[in-house]
Design a protein around this ligand. Sequence first.
Ligand code: ATP
Ligand code: MG
Length: 569
Amino acid sequence: MHLSKTFIPTLRETPQDAEIASHRLMLRAGMIRRVSGGIFTFLPLGLRALRQVERIVREEIDRAGAIEVLMPGLQPREIWEQSGRYDLMRDVMFRIHDRQGHDLALGPTHEEVITGLVAHEISSYRQLPCTFYQVQTKYRDEIRPRFGLMRAREFVMKDAYSFDASWDAADGSYQAMYDAYERIFARCGLNVKVVEADSGAMGGQWSHEFMVLADSGEDGLVECNGCTYAANLEKAERARGAPPENSADNGCPSPEKVVTPETTTIEAVSALLDIPAQRLIKTLIYTADIQPVAVLTSGDREINELKLARALGCRELTAADAATVERVTGAPVGYAGPIGLSIPIHADLELRGASDYVCGANQADTHTLHVDIERDVTVTGYADLTNARGGDGCPQCDDGVLQAKRGIEVGHVFKLGTKYSEAFDARYLTAEGEQKPLVMGCYGIGVTRTLQAVIEQHHDANGICWPSSVAPYKVVLLPLNLSHDATRETTERLSAELTAAGWEPLIDDRDERPGVKFKDADLIGYPVRVVISERSLAAGGVEIKARAADKPQTLPLAEAMSQIGEFLS
Ligand code: ATP
Ligand code: MG
């Protein structure tokens, strides 16, 4: 391919609105252009790279035995009513209506469509197990589209859905997808950490996320430095530690009130009293299924509402409004404390044995010093209610310490169970003639997000450094002077040989200064660059350089081919 015949509009300047390196580089390398927030056009170079990721995804998902289909983006409201998600997905789903006034949605995911299909088409245990997949466009009205393709409103996903006769059998389908995901991300050159993820209402550990480790990642995770434990922040647990000795008299002075005008935040109290945040008790009032409850954590911890809801065994959990806080504490917001409250009090396990702490006094402009939780507070129960963080003990091994990392979620595998098969009456007949619901799994890879994650992990100050597996072109040929006959002939010969070997090169035939061509080659990040010039030919051949290498080497044409092969392997 000649550069003059395609369209690769590289940019010199750094785009202002792009916050992370991979987004900037996709714009600068002429791979994508923004149409509107979270909506992009793929230019030829971006499209070629996307096709490479799609090819790897298809090869591995096919290898795992899944069958490709293509489902519609446009979906009728009725199927979303049938699964009970029409309202649940309200915030994220684009809703439209047709000329007759019928409601439709632009599919954010495809559990409804696939289960409706399978309910009609699969009826016997003889047809099981089976997994269907597609590579297709999803639409989601994200609150904050950002970082280019990372969080878009229109994006390409590979989604797969497995159907099995039993929960045990479903484990096999799950494992096959899990293994395929590991191979896909390895082939894309990604360093991925698989973490346990929350599986929502299903319980159990049947959900894993595939995280590309990157400081710019939107997701927090922890991993143990002593064992294999890794989990995303929503899910991560921490070591419980030994319960403290039961010492009624540990020398803590009696509680004492102190005036703290206009100090309604942890930071303000900590600063005013000169006491570190971890010695403050943060008291939050929640409404759990219409019941107010108080929740205590140390001042430097973040509540994890999933853990809290599980500990309380409630269905709906919301932070109480100001009126409720004032009613149950008798004080304005910012001065709640646990002493003397008449509602249930749930404390984070870290507060067991907390002594000589500070808390709100349930009185305006007042806090209480010298609080001993066992002595002064009636705690209903202790549980793990806060996010794990770096430095916490590992919940799985004895002396491991959790390390905090950031990641980009590129894939998610999820054991669904029978929620959708029940809703769509997707049953099969067992060998014994019994009707049973199909057991489902669902599996997603953000294909466009994966593409950008590759760049996030593979770039340097000059541009992208593609792993050859997903490079839009593996080799760029830079003839420096095309009016020189030998240069032109050598370029054409090399191009033909490379094409025959399956590495279709891009020939930069633009009438540009060599400096411009070199800069663009580094920016776009072709794995191998070959310069053909009067000088190189006089020196006996062509100049070859791998993207990561410091210096080129001059080789005769015959040797150049095998060296390129080595660089690309
Ligand atoms: P996130 O927590 O990042 O919003 P999710 O849990 O909503 O992801 P799933 O519904 O499991 O994601 O979708 C499967 C995959 O699709 C994700 O692992 C991710 O790689 C990708 N994905 C999800 N939302 C987006 C988006 N807005 N833009 C690009 N890719 C996305
Ligand atoms: Mg999401």
